[in-house]
Design a protein around this ligand. Sequence first.
Ligand SMILES: Cc1cc2nc3c(=O)[nH]c(=O)nc-3n(C[C@H](O)[C@H](O)[C@H](O)COP(=O)(O)OP(=O)(O)OC[C@H]3O[C@@H](n4cnc5c(N)ncnc54)[C@H](O)[C@@H]3O)c2cc1C
Length: 392
Amino acid sequence: MTAAPYDAIVLGAGAAGLMCAAVAGQRGRRVLLLDHADAIGKKILISGGGRCNFTNIHTAPDRYISANPHFAKSALARYTPADFLALVEAYGIAWHEKTLGQLFCDGSAKQIVAMLMEEAAKGGVTILHGQPVREVAHGADGFGVTFCERRFVAPALVVATGGPSIPKMGATGFAYDLARRFGLKVVEPRPALVPLALGGDDLLFRELSGVAAPVEARAGKAAFREAALFTHRGLSGPAILQVSSYWQRGDPVTIDFLPDAAPGWLVEAKRARPRATLASTLAPLLPARLAQTLADRLALPGELGAQTDRKLVEAETRLKRWAFQPNGTEGFAKAEVTVGGIATAGLSSQTMMAKSVPGLYAVGEAVDVTGWLGGYNFQWAWASGYAAGQAL
Ligand SMILES: Cc1cc2nc3c(=O)[nH]c(=O)nc-3n(C[C@H](O)[C@H](O)[C@H](O)COP(=O)(O)OP(=O)(O)OC[C@H]3O[C@@H](n4cnc5c(N)ncnc54)[C@H](O)[C@@H]3O)c2cc1C
């Protein structure tokens, strides 16, 4: 029997696959990296508005959603934001912290892809792309993959094909199909970091399309204080994208429009300026169109002085916990990531290898680990890719 020309085949040349292949290659492994897309690292290129929010200095396991919240700990601890930043700096890539610990390139996301390609080249990684991956099989000779009419064989196979968000970028559910074929379980995938669609009574808010305000948005137990944006279809903006990852169909999303207001502020306002209306009281606190719409919907016409304290307290409570009833999300077409994926129960948290299929690994977004908005998802891709790259 001839020796397999590769020690590992990595499927998917995105963030996690590139990192994994480069790390394994630099450890002397012969690595083949395959991708069906016409270009390498497409999601990296469009990320962070073209500047790639490549990590977050506040990375911690509690900023990730997974059926097993402990799973990500090991990999995140062994490859940290400081490790990735050291790589970025070694390549002379200028960066800045934007907000909330989010690190971006000053220049372009292309620099991150070029850096990872260079790292892969240093590891002697062979990269082939632009053709579909066909036929993945597991036999006595290892894992066989057909690509470009050729069959490649290796004792290890890494699934790094990401999740199905943004199919027009080449995203597929390939990882899940493959995992199931090998007997691994998949946690039901759903779109995350995604705008929410409004219907019913909430449709009236569509007239606010384009208006943004700093709020605290809440879905279930998760709460995020960032900007919310009204759109022609519903709600978006960072606060909404964040809660969308926790939102379950049928649940409300509540918004605190005045998170800094002290309890009783509206009754105080009545005492201080009884001739003011609700709309004029809200106007300095919120964008004008939003203040007017909320005042209209609270239906307290006339002067504040004419309202009972009880009605004002009720209005204050509604402004604090305004309940929207989303009728869905804008789906995988608009989702930045996917919640769910290959179940972590079947994988080693140290190496990302499938417990029941020696030699089979899964990394990155394909796995049931999903980060908050703000560089956390790339940090998981780097860390899980590194963990597998070290183990191959
Ligand atoms: C618009 C947008 C902006 C984002 N911005 C950020 C950001 O700034 N910061 C952040 O942390 N995260 C961001 N994300 C999320 C981040 O891009 C992903 O979490 C990350 O890319 C996941 O890495 P991955 O390697 O697992 O998957 P991917 O990077 O998606 O790579 C998967 C690779 O597999 C290939 N592939 C898929 N199916 C097949 C198949 N059947 N055969 C062969 N190859 C296949 C794809 O072509 C792709 O190259 C953003 C996502 C989007 C959509």
